[in-house]
Write a protein that binds this ligand. Structure first.
Ligand SMILES: [Zn+2]
Length: 407
């Protein structure tokens, strides 16, 4: 089996795995989809590692042993996701990660004096003509607003990229960087995307992909909410910037379950894409629990409902306890429908729409740090590896096929 390596500009797909046993199912879906998209099995954000009490080394070891045992012998990447500090870099680099996702969102909207001259002088009055026919006009207020919003974040990202470079140089290992600004309330404008990426590239960042905050709603656990035609137009323009300045890939975060936008995403980027999923493999593990131990599933749902109003704080979700049914007395079929709804149509062009999935999605940390739930859940997955593998195989085959439909 190959050690994780940078995947460069190949289209790629990130499978997050919070439990450490999902990789065989991920591999099965990759095999079924055929070649053309490169996988990242080892992928976890620092926030997820904290919430699941796993170390970067454990995440790496679990993914690599799952890939090995499934006979995966093609290339694979390894994504140290949503890094914020030099310590995050040191820990993940030591475990063998080579795709570093920088998340400077804590510095967004914090005004800074950094590089005022560089921003204002290089962009004021600039007209950027894109291959789509769109022209980005950057006037005084555009550049001032972008610098106020992203100036500090860009400086922070560049500093972290320099740290990554020195750490990886010392190890003599190749690497690549993704920049994510997806976790902001406001969509990233074309002008902002252009200036952010241009600053990073001029500073020598090894940028392989960039995750803007796209238009519409990217809520966790459900399909895209928004105007598909408007999104596709905007994706075309963002992709044109990425091609013109880089090329680098456009990256889609919170990508799981958003099947309705996959063909457009693959089309707009012409294969220069990365898609990231994370929590969905945990939700599918709960489906395996429902199949084999309905009572445990019901208790997890009850516990998740108790935790939801607290745990949802850092997430973009809209489900409420009042608008979703309490599990007591519900049949297995109705529980699955309400909390883990299957695809909306048989062709798989729409993803999940059950809002109660968000209650299970946001409470994974509470469930997995509860000793009893964690050990019972893991026991079911260990006793029924085929169930979990088949569920994941089907789940991700739908994702990969929807992407391939646009390639
Ligand atoms: Zn993200």
């Amino acid at each position: 089996m190959n050690a994780p390596q940078p995947l460069g500009l190949s289209p790629s797909f990130g499978f997050g795995d919070r439990l450490g046993v999902a990789t065989p199912g991920h591999v099965a879906s990759m095999r079924r989809a055929g070649s053309g998209i490169a996988p990242i099995f080892a992928q976890q954000s620092i926030r997820e590692m904290t919430r699941t009490q796993r170390s970067p080394q454990q995440v790496m070891d679990d993914a690599l042993s799952g890939a090995k045992e499934s006979g995966w012998d093609s290339a694979q990447g390894a994504d140290a996701d949503h890094l914020k500090t030099p310590q995050d870099v040191d820990r993940t680099a030591a475990a063998g990660f080579c795709f570093f996702t920088i998340d400077p969102s804590d510095h967004v909207d914090k005004d800074t004096d950094a590089d005022v001259v560089a921003w204002v002088d290089s962009y004021r009055g600039k007209l950027v003509k894109l291959s789509t026919g769109t022209t980005i006009t950057i006037d005084d207020s555009t550049v001032a607003n972008a610098r106020r919003k992203y100036g500090g974040a860009v400086s922070q990202a560049i500093a972290l990229a320099k740290h990554i470079d020195s750490v990886m140089r010392a190890k003599g290992r190749d690497y690549e960087i993704e920049l994510s600004v997806d976790e902001t309330p406001q969509p990233t404008t074309l002008a902002e995307h252009f200036m952010i990426a241009d600053q990073c590239l001029k500073a020598g960042m090894k940028l392989v992909s960039l995750a803007p905050r796209f238009i519409g709603e990217f809520e966790k656990g459900v399909d895209y909410k928004g105007d598909l035609a408007a999104l596709e137009k905007s994706l075309n323009d963002h992709a044109a910037i990425a091609k013109q300045l880089g090329p680098y890939k456009l990256s889609l975060h919170s990508g799981s379950d958003k099947l309705s936008i996959y063909p457009a995403f693959a089309r707009a980027t012409r294969g220069l894409f990365h898609v990231k999923t994370a929590g969905t493999s945990y939700l599918e593990a709960l489906r395996a629990v429902l199949r084999h131990d309905l009572d445990l599933f019901r208790r997890i749902v009850e516990f998740a409902r108790e935790r939801y109003d607290t745990d949802k704080a850092t997430y973009h979700v809209s489900a409420t306890l009042a608008s979703t049914p309490p599990p007591a007395g519900m049949s297995a079929i109705n529980l699955e429908k309400a909390y883990l709804e299957r695809w909306e149509d048989v062709k798989g062009t729409r993803g999940f729409t059950a809002p109660a999935r968000q209650i299970l999605h946001t409470t994974f940390g509470s469930v997995l740090t509860n000793e009893q739930f964690k050990s019972q859940l893991m026991q079911i997955l260990r006793e029924h590896p085929q169930t979990y593998r088949d569920i994941l195989d089907e789940h991700f085959s739908r994702h990969l096929n929807a992407l391939r439909a646009g390639m």
